[in-house]
Structures are given as structure tokens and as C-alpha cells.
Design a protein around this ligand. Structure first.
Ligand SMILES: NC(=O)c1ccc[n+]([C@@H]2O[C@H](COP(=O)([O-])OP(=O)(O)OC[C@H]3O[C@@H](n4cnc5c(N)ncnc54)[C@H](OP(=O)(O)O)[C@@H]3O)[C@@H](O)[C@H]2O)c1
Length: 355
């Protein structure tokens, strides 16, 4: 027993442990234990689980209490870099750093307006979608609010993200009040700054006040990358809970995603299918089509699942009820490590929009 413990302690010195050992929550401890047990092939069952627990104690951190749960949970986050965030594919939800729970898949509503938007949101809600992404710029907050109210679904079961635009940053109160009024659903689950811009810090600080009042639950950013985050984060009081950026197989942000996740900020991808005008090429990509046929699913479903397995929340846009339904069916199959790598290899650094 002693000999085994010494060997394990020596080995542990050589593990690159991407965790902060002195603070953090249960997910962190479980992830650490899982990593140790995986690297050293310790069976995380009764007795050896106890040994692993001792290591954790020696390191001065909490002993995990449920090894089975730990393995299960971390099968979900193996491809992500969250430290204290429970990105849980089995539960189809993520607990944000603000404490609120958000679904892992939603409906994007860019370019959907009027009745088309209303019908798309109604159809999504009927298909079980509970996350809707909109923005002042999309000009559809009123239709989205109406579809939500008409659905009869309890408000607290639906998560709505909206964004204020840089042209509004000089009058943030007005912008927030306008969003609250147009949506007319009581509170806003999450508000993002749509882009970096003049007075973005000031606008964000006003959003923080609305969080204190309870009119907005969580805050986030859109189109923020590493340099922008480094500058922004030290200047605000409430850490953003989410960053929404362009992510698809041809533009993967493989350096940026882990950077953001390491901050315990959830990453959400826009243009999952490349955006309108590019979807055909991406959905017909040979590699993706082959992987889809292995699993008897569509290319769209493979792309969405690839995102989830990287710890990225998806908000595909669609006005087609069949597509909307299809885009929710992404939890009953799993891409292998090799398939994930084949999709990772498709990255071309090819941005499909300017921001
Ligand atoms: N923060 C930002 O700056 C930013 C920028 C752009 C977008 N966004 C957000 O991200 C969301 C997603 O982007 P997007 O909607 O522009 O582009 P997208 O999701 O990449 O692609 C939408 C296109 O894919 C098609 N589609 C959807 N599901 C499909 C399926 N299962 N099979 C085949 N085709 C399918 C849609 O056509 P059908 O209607 O026929 O299904 C539509 O033409 C936006 O709606 C918006 O909420 C944010």
C-alpha cells in the first residue's frame, strides 16, 4: 500500500494538471481525480478510489465522494477546458458561472423576421428547444417575445439571449429598457455586448446594474477574442458568463475556445453551418458526410454534436420545422475521438463574416 502510494506520488509530479488546486468546486475535484485515475490507469472503484482520495487529501484538496459520477461527468467534458463549469451533455445543459442553467442547444434567429420568426420560434419551442438567441440588430425581439408568451411554456423554462449593438453603447439604459419592452417576458436571461466598440465597458457596467435589479440574469460578450478579453475582464465587476463567436469546421477557433473555457466562461458558436450562402459546401463536405453516414445521422447533426463534444453551445438558425427538430436530435450518438480529429483537421481559418 505504502509503496503504491509513493509510486503514485512520484508519477503525479509529472502529470500536467490543468486545474487550480487551491480553489474551485466539485467538478474540478472530480475532473482532477478522473485525470489522475485515467493517466495512471487506477480503477476508480472502491479500494483504488480510496487511494486516489488519499492523494487528493495529501495535496490539500477535498476528497471526491462519488467516483462513478465523476467518470460519467468527465466523459462529457473531456474535450473542453472548463474548470468549475458543469457542461453536461447528458443533462443537455450547462451551469454558468452566474449560477443560472442554460440549455446546450438553441435556435438562432439572425435574418428571421416577422411571421417567419414567430413561426420558427413557435416551432422550436414545440420541438423542445428552450434557448433562443436574438439581438437588437435582428429586429425580431417583439416576435420572439410574443411566440414565447403564446407558447404557454412557463417563463423560467426558457432561456433568452439578446444583445445590444455598439451604436447603443452611448445610451445603455435606453437600449436595455428597449430590449425589455420589446421582448416583454419579464426579465432577460442573458444580455451580450454584440461587438467590441466605443464605450463598451461603460455599457457593460450599466448592464451590471440591471443584473443587481434582477431585470437581467447573466451577462456575456460576442465577438470578443483573446486580446479583447485580456483588456476587458480586469475592468468589469461581473465576469461574463458566455462568449459567442463564429465557430464551424472551416473556422474552428481552436486556440481561442480553450482560452475562454479556461476562464470558466462558456463558449457559444455562431454560424455552426457556416452561415447562409456557405451551408451547402459545409454540409456536403466529404469527411462530414462520411461521418454522418457512420452514425446514420445528418451532416448538420454531426457538426452540432462536434461542437457539444468540444464544450461549445450551439444555436443553429432555421425557419424550417423539420430542420429545427433535426437540430435537437444530437444527444443519442457520440463521435469517436478519431472522428472528432477528422473534423478538427478540416479547419481552414476561413471566417465567413467580418467580425
Ligand atoms: N453574435 C454574432 O455576431 C452573430 C453573428 C451571426 C449569427 N449569430 C447567431 O448565430 C445563429 C446561427 O447563425 P445563422 O443562423 O446565421 O447561420 P447557420 O446556423 O450557420 O446556418 C443557417 C442556415 O442553415 C440552414 N439549416 C439549418 N438547419 C439545417 C439542417 N438541419 N439541415 C440543412 N440546413 C439547415 C438554414 O436553412 P433553413 O432555414 O432552411 O433550415 C439556414 O439557411 C444566428 O441565427 C444568430 O442567432 C450571431
Amino acid at each position: 500500500m505504502k509503496k503504491k502510494l509513493i509510486i503514485i506520488l512520484i508519477l503525479i509530479l509529472f502529470i500536467p494538471i490543468p486545474f487550480h488546486l487551491k480553489d474551485g468546486g466539485t467538478v474540478e475535484y472530480k475532473a482532477l481525480v478522473y485525470q489522475i485515475s485515467r493517466v495512471h490507469k487506477i480503477n476508480t472503484n472502491a479500494k483504488s478510489g480510496y487511494d486516489t482520495g488519499i492523494i487528493i487529501k495529501i495535496l490539500g484538496i477535498k476528497v471526491f465522494d462519488n467516483v462513478k459520477e465523476s467518470k460519467k461527468m468527465n466523459n462529457n467534458i473531456l474535450n473542453a477546458n472548463y474548470q468549475n463549469i458543469d457542461f453536461n451533455i447528458e443533462k443537455k445543459q450547462v451551469t454558468l458561472n452566474s449560477g443560472y442553467v442554460m440549455p446546450l442547444n438553441g435556435l438562432g434567429t439572425y435574418s428571421l423576421t416577422g411571421d417567419t420568426c414567430y413561426e420558427a420560434v413557435a416551432s422550436a419551442l414545440a420541438s423542445g428547444v428552450r434557448l433562443i438567441d436574438t439581438a437588437y440588430m435582428y429586429g425580431n425581439e417583439e416576435e420572439i417575445g410574443k411566440a414565447i408568451r403564446d407558447s404557454g411554456i412557463p417563463r423560467e423554462e426558457i432561456f433568452v439571449i439578446t444583445k445590444i449593438y455598439p451604436t447603443q453603447y452611448d445610451k445603455p439604459e435606453e437600449a436595455i429598457e428597449l430590449a425589455l419592452k420589446k421582448l416583454d417576458i419579464g426579465y432577460i436571461d442573458m444580455m451580450l455586448l454584440h461587438h467590441p466598440g466605443n464605450l463598451d465597458i461603460e455599457a457593460y457596467k450599466v448592464m451590471e446594474k440591471y443584473v443587481e435589479k434582477g431585470d437581467i440574469h447573466s451577462l456575456g460578450l460576442s465577438n470578443w477574442y483573446v486580446e479583447e478579453l485580456k483588456e476587458f475582464l480586469p475592468q468589469v465587476n461581473i465576469k461574463p458568463a458566455l462568449v459567442q463567436n463564429e465557430i464551424h469546421p472551416y473556422y474552428q477557433e481552436n486556440e481561442i475556445i480553450p482560452y475562454i473555457q479556461n476562464l470558466d466562461i462558456v463558449v457559444q458558436g455562431w454560424y455552426p453551418f457556416g452561415g447562409r450562402g456557405h451551408t451547402s459546401e459545409l454540409l456536403n463536405d466529404d469527411e462530414i458526410v462520411k461521418i454522418a453516414s457512420n452514425h446514420n445521422v445528418s451532416s448538420a447533426q454531426v457538426i452540432l454534436r462536434w461542437n457539444l463534444q468540444k464544450g461549445v453551445v450551439v444555436i443553429p438558425g432555421s425557419s424550417n420545422p423539420e430542420h429545427i427538430k433535426e437540430n435537437t436530435d444530437i444527444y443519442d450518438f457520440q463521435l469517436t475521438k478519431e472522428e472528432m480529429e477528422r473534423i478538427n483537421a478540416l479547419d481552414r481559418g476561413e471566417k465567413h463574416d467580418w467580425y
